[in-house]
Ligand binder design. Structure first.
Ligand code: COD
Ligand code: ATP
Length: 203
């Protein structure tokens, strides 16, 4: 008898390596649903959430073609907690609705052995109930800051600001069912993901 199909939530703080881990699961055959991607869909031109963002933050957050200027909005919300909370209030309900739909669709697909939901704010958005088990990707702060600065082309102060906008890593770890440590090499990460895949999928 195969095990009941799981939805595995992958979370962890910014630049911890969630996308890297999620990709490793997808390469093994998992279906990946990415909250950052859903967050992009719900602010496409014509979507109600984009209109609400413009009402809250002004037309300055739009590019000439009326699409969202993500860099500009990121600068605003990582420097101002109230702005970030307002952004969350506008976007999170629509992201949540879409996530539930896609996760349930995914769970019904016969040839998918595992559904993975990659969600940076899984705990902050109180979205744990959308998944069966939670994997937290952890990383040492110094490594995290270096990777974040390099990936996003920002300085240490901006990187620190983004890290501080999320729930502390220790709180996430305390609520995890599984943990992988991504402070080392990609090879070390790969081994941990393989072990978890064996545990979750191989009967
Ligand atoms: C602020 C925005 C425009 C920045 O876009 P950008 O393309 O520069 O970054 P991207 O979307 O890839 O997010 C990068 C990372 O930033 C962090 N992050 C994003 N939004 C938030 C937030 N509201 N609070 C804390 N951290 C956040 C996450 O770790 C995320 O993985 C965008 O992240 C957004 O619309 N955020 C609101 C929706 C949201 O909460 N998304 C997070 C997943 S549900
Ligand atoms: N073990 C590793 N060794 C070296 N670089 C890594 C490693 N893991 C991830 N990276 C790099 O670090 C950066 C952050 O990783 P990734 O984008 O997977 O994080 P994330 O948690 O998905 O980020 P976000 O919260 O912004 O969505 C990327 O540029 C990635 O290529």
């Amino acid at each position: 008898m195969p095990r009941e199909k799981l939805i595995l939530g992958i979370t962890g703080n910014i630049a911890s390596g969630k996308s890297t881990v999620a990709k490793m699961f997808a390469e093994r055959g998992a279906l990946l649903i990415d909250a950052d991607q859903l967050a992009r869909e719900i602010v496409e031109p014509g979507q109600p959430a984009l209109q609400q963002l413009v009402e809250r933050f002004g037309t300055d957050i739009l590019r000439a073609d009326k699409s969202l200027d993500r860099d500009k909005l990121a600068q605003i919300i990582f420097a101002d907690e109230q702005a970030r909370l307002d952004l969350n209030q506008i976007t999170h309900p629509a992201i949540g609705k879409l996530a539930v739909e896609r996760l349930q669709q995914g769970k019904r697909l016969a040839d998918v052995p595992l559904v993975v939901y990659e969600a940076p704010l899984l705990f902050e958005a109180k979205a744990e109930n959308r998944v069966d088990k939670v994997l937290v990707v952890k990383v040492d702060l110094q490594v995290q800051l270096q990777r974040l600065m390099q990936r996003d082309g920002i300085d240490e102060a901006a990187a620190q600001q983004r890290v501080s906008a999320q729930m502390p890593q220790d709180e996430k770890l305390a609520r995890a069912d599984y943990v992988v440590d991504n402070s080392g090499s990609l090879e070390e990460l790969f081994i941990q993901v393989e072990q978890l895949w064996q545990k979750l999928v191989i009967v």
